[in-house]
Design a protein around this ligand. Sequence first.
Ligand code: FE2
Length: 178
Amino acid sequence: MSIDLATTPAAPTTPTAPVTGSPASPRQPLSPNALRRIVRDLAERPERWLHRVRLSAEDRWYERLELAEDYEVWLISWLPGQSTGFHDHGGSRGAFTVALGELEELALGELEHGLAVRRLAAGSERAFGPQYLHDVRNTASGPAVTLHAYSPPLSEMSHYELRVDGLVRTSTEGPEQW
Ligand SMILES: [Fe+2]
């Protein structure tokens, strides 16, 4: 997924409680279920994001809605035919929900079961751990809008090609490409 970092100011972060007698330790990442609650709550408040949605014929449109110390939230729109290709999340945990429209997800999260194909109707949610690989695509006839949360905030992402012998990493990008 390519991501634009230049658009949205950072949200205020919650002060970290002081750690007595030792240097401040890095925050623990939020759990996939905590990230799921973030995107679910946001999907139920369209007044916070619906007016920001744009559509792009060239590629998926995206905007970061929130950046905190330990997580970030993105808004993405998908026209028919637009897709991410197989990618990881650089070790971040994540969750997303389909707020409008519908998508399809191909995932290799459960290797013993092979490739899983899921239709994600409006209201669907997915949450995943740091090793998750998937390809998300709009195979429907109308646009879709999704809300995504990642913890820690994305630091890099790798892209993969699905070949007969499995997924092969083809490129890695960092925030400078977003
Ligand atoms: Fe993803």
